[in-house]
Design a protein around this ligand. Sequence first.
Ligand SMILES: NC(=O)c1ccc[n+]([C@@H]2O[C@H](COP(=O)([O-])OP(=O)(O)OC[C@H]3O[C@@H](n4cnc5c(N)ncnc54)[C@H](O)[C@@H]3O)[C@@H](O)[C@H]2O)c1
Ligand SMILES: CC(=O)[C@H](C)O
Length: 257
Amino acid sequence: MTKKVAVITGSAGGLGKGIALRLAADGFAIVLHDINKELLSITENELKEKGYDVIAVTGDVRKKADQENLVAQAVAAFGAVDVFINNAGVESVEPLEQITDDKFNFVFDVNVKGVLFGTQAAAAQMKTQATGGKIINACSIAAHESYEMLSLYCASKHAVRSFTHSSAKELAKYNITVNAYCPGVAATAMWDRIDEAFVKYNGWEPKQAWNTFTKDILVGRPQVADDVAKLVSFLASSDSDYITGQTILTDGGMVFR
Ligand SMILES: NC(=O)c1ccc[n+]([C@@H]2O[C@H](COP(=O)([O-])OP(=O)(O)OC[C@H]3O[C@@H](n4cnc5c(N)ncnc54)[C@H](O)[C@@H]3O)[C@@H](O)[C@H]2O)c1
Ligand SMILES: CC(=O)[C@H](C)O
């Protein structure tokens, strides 16, 4: 039986890599993707050594042509795109007054334009295949609650939540579902940088921001990549066929919306 094909942007490391490992174990053929070519190659080799069907495509989600190439490479290698995961994203931590035009454009280009271009490229291929599909976006608790020092990042994730709603409505007639996962606070390179920024701007101690954000998580521990991968595994499976347009919290009990 032909394997279903999953594309995961920003999957050289962090949550994206965790998602790729889980979907590979679920039986998907995997298309890794990232702007970080060196780390992407390392991760590709790691999955190949586990015996998984995997290719890696270097690209920048901010570039429509790169997103179209990503889909084309996936089809060339595995014949289709069944699941496309817009995972790549960047954080932004600064006082409101210090958000610059360039920083605003950078964050929205990656986090919002990247989701738009990925969705456009994936949907075009899924329409051609006429076998439906699943588009899954990386959102966040920051799409349900907005935090001090994270105003720009939260605005970008609120935009992703909105895109998830609208694209689900426009793509339903093609049997394409669109959903989003909303992690809480997971130990990745992104949170290392967030913690460092709170030291820089607020004069906090190292790990003070991490501890502040994680101390009241109801399940009693910070998130790990596999916690997110479990939700994405469900959303990538036929078990989620009756769910679309949803931005689903997986935060251990932080935000209640
Ligand atoms: N870590 C968390 O606590 C957390 C919580 C909620 C949501 N998220 C979201 O989950 C996603 C993954 O987060 P993470 O913690 O793994 O981050 P990360 O920084 O560890 O990994 C993100 C990956 O995306 C890649 N990337 C960045 N810009 C890119 C671009 N323009 N084109 C292609 N690849 C690019 C990076 O090279 C990196 O490998 C992001 O969208 C993030 O906003 C993370
Ligand atoms: C990075 C992220 O989305 C939350 C704030 O941990």
